[in-house]
Ligand binder design. Structure first.
Ligand SMILES: Cc1ncc(C[n+]2csc(CCOP(=O)(O)OP(=O)(O)O)c2C)c(N)n1
Ligand SMILES: [Mg+2]
Length: 728
């Protein structure tokens, strides 16, 4: 008898793709637990004890299979909301999940900030997930790139004091794999395709998991996907391992994951698993699928329920009998009841914590630690070194920081000197280094794995940077023109600046996004002249910097790189090579703290608050006003727009009692509107005249220079407004 049992076990090991009976029972236990947590949450929602519910029902076999094949706290996970079973399989508990459902202070996912099923388990390498469908894909790609980078630059992973590295732990493994999942409907998002493209091209160890339940809320798959099958569409991507499977069959799904993950682990390339699953419940508790799915179709689905299939499988194979199933399910129920009771008792977050973790609690870029003097550089004959342009000093700062910090990588459109490296090596060409040459020479100096071209896709740039920075790299990426930043808007508004807050400080993503911005180009026209900084200063969690001169650009860029928050660094194209504001090289440690305005010129009669390319124009107007009318203007350059220097504004306005706010962007709802409103609100008693604004006309910039001149604010416009205000 004994030998018969042994041979049965041996058969099972081959029959069940190497899974032991214990593993199969455990797989069922997790699948069943996952379903029961959903059911309990549904009940709690109906009792109004939680506020939202979305289930992982029908998707459990996929999650458990992935969790069995992959390794928590070793591999990396970018799941989506149906991945409850995955997270349970990786080690998360029902209690931790229910804490998010009730919105508890101790919720490890988000501290009560996110809806349930928005997973974030830092200890397991489950990276904070958001609600926008598909925005996780490019971040997963960046995460995989970071793992590869650290593997080839192990020194970069070391901690260093004095900057963000002190607070950013790095772990990595040479054969780690990144999991990213999404639904069938979400494959319609452009970022999905951008992710496939880069993973394919760079042979990245990413497992893309499409959980195809044939619906995106009420929209069926044949409407989303040309021909109705995503596998057919993606089959042309090179370097991929493809699997299309019945994701309700646990053993088959496990086998597919085993093949796919070992392909990725070996470093061969990415894998694509297309799992056909079911959605036995409505999309969420806010949806009633009976409105768009007839009973017959729903019954057809129910017959393929992965949890029931697994239960029948265990019985059929003699792995568990009905008593065994009952015992297991009873235990799950008892444990769940304890978890529910505890979660319902859990304390909610204190209301005064809402502003915590918008920015790094560890490093304040407005502090004096970021206030350093330039080292006056001299040449051999004792003279000061020549004045450099803003472009020169940005390039020099990037070079210095790359030397100092091996975690820095740079990419964007055309930022490399030459992607076809052999041309550089053979010295056949000089190299490009950015359309404005700001990154010139950096690829040659630091190597093609630190400075490289991205595809022409802005979401790709910011999404990958977000994933990389989450892992501890310091991407300093470039958006070629502000006018083309919009494909990255999902990442810039809903992802990059929110990683820290929505995970309750579980993760952070302090990337730097450099952007060429602004007009006054003579012929720049509609699509090479835009401003629009207020759209970004409106985003909590994002620092926004806008220097007007070479020295500030160097100091603020260094602060941007060394700080622990995501930064949008706006570089005015017209100022790149302007004579105004040139400065000698200030040395490799020169920093300007955030949120500190500069008094460009002190005065007593009128304050002008501005920044960027309006600074030299306002200065010209102010000098003329003093020359011709003896009016002394105090000119303030904000330099940093978020945070901004309210103290400096208030001090100046209290002194002069008159204020003009000037900016290059269109007048209405522009950045200066907020400044003007706050002055009117808090400094009303100090004003002897209304708060005035000068800005662009409410129209896009036109090509013909005569039109451009009349649209953008000019020195004469500023002069006129200053004079009127002084005379008021
Ligand atoms: C960018 C974005 N658009 C719309 C929504 C609203 N929404 C949430 S889930 C969903 C359907 C997703 O369907 P699918 O990708 O098939 O995943 P499933 O829910 O079926 O698992 C939609 C439209 C969203 N969250 N994000
Ligand atoms: Mg779907």
């Amino acid at each position: 008898m004994a030998s018969k049992t042994e041979s049965r076990v041996a058969d099972a090991n081959t029959a069940y793709e190497g899974l032991s009976r214990e593993q199969l029972i455990e797989a069922y236990r997790i699948m069943h637990t996952s379903r029961r947590v959903d059911d309990r949450e549904i009940l709690l929602k109906r009792q109004q004890k939680i506020f939202f519910q979305i289930s992982g029902a029908g998707h459990e076999a996929v999650g458990v299979a992935a969790a069995l094949v992959m390794k928590p706290a070793y591999d990396w996970f970018y799941p989506y909301y149906r991945d409850r079973a995955l997270c349970l399989g990786l080690g998360a508990t029902p209690y931790q999940m229910l804490l998010e459902a009730v919105g508890a202070a101790d919720d490890p996912n988000s501290g009560g900030r996110q809806m349930p099923s928005h997973w974030s388990f830092p200890k397991l390498n489950v990276v904070t997930q958001s609600s926008p469908t598909g925005s996780q894909v490019l971040q997963a790609v960046g995460c995989a790139e970071a793992g590869r980078y650290f593997h080839s630059h192990p020194n970069a992973a070391k901690k260093a004091s004095g900057d963000y590295r002190e607070f950013k732990n790095v772990t990595f493994h040479g054969d780690e794999v990144t999991y990213v999942s999404l639904g069938d409907g979400t494959t319609s998002e452009g970022e999905f395709w951008e992710g496939l493209n880069t993973a394919s091209n760079r042979r990245l160890p990413v497992v893309f998991v499409i959980q195809d339940n044939e619906y995106a809320i009420s929209v069926p798959v044949e409407v989303q996907t040309a021909g109705g099958n995503i596998s057919r569409l993606v089959s042309g991507f090179p370097n991929f391992h493809f699997e299309e499977i019945d994701g309700t069959d646990f053993v088959a799904t496990y086998a597919a994951f085993s093949r796919a993950v070992s392909y990725c682990r070996a470093g061969t390339g990415p894998a694509f698993i297309h799992a056909h699953v079911i959605r036995p419940y409505s999309h969420s508790l806010s949806d009633d699928e009976r409105a768009y799915r007839p009973n017959a179709e729903r019954e057809r689905d129910a017959a393929r329920d992965p949890a029931s299939r697994m239960q029948m499988f265990l019985i059929r194979e003699g792995i568990l009998d009905e008593n065994g199933i009952n015992r297991l399910e009873k235990q799950v129920e008892e444990d769940l009841q304890i978890a529910v009771d505890q979660a319902l008792d859990a304390a909610p977050p204190a209301p005064d914590t809402v502003m915590q973790f918008i920015y790094s609690p560890d490093l304040d870029p407005a502090s004096s630690a970021f206030d350093t003097a330039p080292t006056v550089s001299t040449v051999s004959d004792g003279k000061k070194t020549a004045a450099k342009t803003m472009a020169d000093l940005i390039n020099a700062t990037l070079r210095d920081e790359m030397t100092r910090d091996e975690r820095i990588v740079m990419f964007g459109e055309d930022v490399a000197d030459c992607s076809r490296e052999q041309y550089l090596q053979e010295k056949l060409i000089k190299g490009k280094g950015g359309v404005f040459k700001l990154t010139s020479g950096l690829q040659g100096e630091f190597g093609s794995d630190r400075v490289f071209n991205s595809p022409l896709a802005e979401a790709n740039i910011v999404g990958r940077a977000t994933g990389m920075a989450t892992r501890g790299l310091k991407p300093v990426v470039e958006i070629q023109f502000f006018d083309y930043i919009w494909p990255a808007m999902m990442q810039l508004r809903n992802e990059l600046p929110l990683i820290r807050w929505r995970s309750n400080n579980g993760f952070s993503s302090p990337a730097v996004v450099r952007v060429a911005i602004g007009g006054y180009l003579t012929g720049g026209s509609i699509y090479h002249s835009q401003c629009g900084e207020s759209i970004f200063t409106h985003i909590p969690g994002l620092r926004v910097v806008f220097p007007s001169n070479a020295l500030d650009a160097a100091g603020l860029l260094r602060t941007s790189i060394r700080c622990d928050d995501p930064v949008l660094f706006l570089e005015h194209k017209r100022l790149y090579r302007e004579t105004f504001g040139r400065a000698p090289y200030p040395g490799p440690d020169y920093m300007v703290p955030f949120g500190k305005a500069k008094i460009v010129q002190p005065g007593t009669d009128l304050s002008v608050i501005t920044y960027g390319a309006v600074v030299p124009r306002a200065l010209q107007a102010a000098q003329k006003l003093e020359r011709e009318h003896g009016v002394k203007v105090e000119l303030l350059d904000l330099r940093c727009l978020s945070p901004f220097d309210w103290e400096a504004i208030a001090t100046s306005v209290r002194k002069t009692n008159r204020v003009l706010v000037a900016y290059e962007d269109t007048l209405s709802w522009g950045y200066g509107a907020e400044i003007a409103a706050r002055i009117a609100d808090e400094l009303f008693d100090d004003l002897d005249a209304p708060v005035r604004r000068v800005a662009a006309k409410d129209v896009f910039v036109a090509y013909q220079p005569i039109l451009e001149d009349v649209i953008l604010p000019q020195a004469e416009d500023l002069f006129r407004a200053m004079k009127q205000l002084a005379e008021y």
